[in-house]
Design a protein around this ligand. Structure first.
Ligand SMILES: C[S@@+](CC[C@H](N)C(=O)[O-])C[C@H]1O[C@@H](n2cnc3c(N)ncnc32)[C@H](O)[C@@H]1O
Length: 347
């Protein structure tokens, strides 16, 4: 659902030509990246101008965002026995973690997706309420900058909150105090039966193998534990961005799974659907505020647009000038790991 004015009578821009040569070497590096040659080498496409898929196109001068001081988040290291332990080890940089690095997106993600503290607290308490019993340990799968992981540690009565994240770039821009392990949903580097609740917030459309991820979730949850998926299902993609960048709707229709696909894969792995809901919530006071946020291109989907398409959408937002709040829809689905009762599983 959305409530801001939409541009009328405009034809959707034609889809651009197929993969354009990568232009990231033409873009100025972020200030931090410029500082070290090592950071320069980390750019995912360095020297490979044909591998466009991992590279964001050169977006027109994004609005400046205050640079978040990258926090000294704690790294947890999976031990041979599978338990996670605090470690001073550097992040494990391997093909998986490197493949997810997108420094441009990481730089703007937190500022572009941050929500008011009250909303974040309400989200976290709601997520906690979906659990099937007491929650003392939570896993934030695809934690990104750790916004939810830190919030769950703060507002839920947990002793353990761990974020799994494959992108070092995201981890470098984390909110303070997040405990991370490097890994993917398909191979969770944590012990079996260790968590009461696993959250996948805006992650399910990134997963290359949802069934493998579902099997891993079953492995790491205690019997009776809960998986919460927070996303927008394909059939309910109605965000305001699609009115200004119509091609994003086509792109997201291919990226985002449907409700039935997610439910089928998770229940097949041994989870039972326990709750589902869908609602729109305000994400910006008005279109001007929303536009300022979108100007930094803080969502991975913007990487699919050409600079001209991106600029055109922003210009149309400028002309629309609606004063109404902008809303975004979320689908939330909760599953319980089948097995023994939650409480007895701990003894
Ligand atoms: C849109 S961000 C969401 C971040 C955070 N959960 C939130 O709600 O703000 C998606 C995150 O999923 C991560 N990701 C991508 N593929 C993944 C995978 N296979 N397993 C786990 N995380 C993945 C990305 O690196 C990125 O940080």
């Amino acid at each position: 659902m959305r409530s801001a004015a939409t541009p009328a009578g405009r034809r959707a821009p034609r889809r651009g030509p197929e993969p354009r040569p990568c232009s990231c070497r033409d873009r100025p590096l972020p200030r931090r990246a410029r500082r070290t040659r090592q950071a320069r080498r980390r750019r995912p496409c360095a020297g490979r101008r044909t591998t466009v898929r991992r590279c964001a196109p050169a977006l027109p001068a994004p609005a400046p965002v205050p640079r978040r001081q990258c926090s000294p988040s704690t790294f947890l290291w999976p031990t041979p026995g599978g338990r996670v332990a605090h470690s001073a080890s550097p992040w494990e940089v391997n093909d998986v973690t490197r493949a997810h690095d997108d420094e441009r997106l990481a730089d703007v993600y937190q500022a572009g997706n941050e929500m008011p503290e009250r909303s974040l607290e309400a989200w976290v308490r709601f997520i906690g309420s979906l659990a099937n019993g007491p929650v003392t340990s939570v896993l934030d799968v695809g934690a990104g900058t750790g916004m939810f992981c830190a919030a769950m540690a703060r507002w839920l009565p947990v002793s353990t909150a761990v974020g799994v994240e494959p992108s070092l770039a995201m981890v470098r821009c984390a909110v303070p105090g997040v405990h991370y392990v490097a890994g993917t949903a398909e191979q969770l580097p944590v012990a079996s039966r260790a968590f009461d609740l696993a959250l996948l917030s805006r992650v399910v459309h990134h997963l290359p193998d949802r069934r493998a991820a579902a099997a891993e979730l079953v492995r790491v949850l205690r019997p009776g534990g809960t998986v919460v998926v927070r996303t927008t299902f394909r059939e309910r993609l109605d965000a305001l961005v699609y009115d200004y960048w119509p091609r994003l709707r086509e792109i997201d229709s291919r990226r985002f799974p449907s409700r039935d696909e997610v439910v089928a894969d998770l229940t097949a792995a041994g989870l039972s659907l326990t709750r589902e809901t869908s609602f729109a919530q305000p994400v910006a006071a008005d279109l001007r505020e929303y536009r300022a946020r979108m100007a930094t291109a803080p969502l991975s989907k913007f990487a699919h647009l050409s600079p001209a398409e991106f600029a055109d959408g922003l210009a149309r937002m400028d002309r629309a000038g609606s004063r109404q709040p902008v809303e975004e829809r979320y689908d939330v689905v909760a599953f319980t790991r089948r097995g023994m009762e939650h409480a007895s599983a701990r003894t």
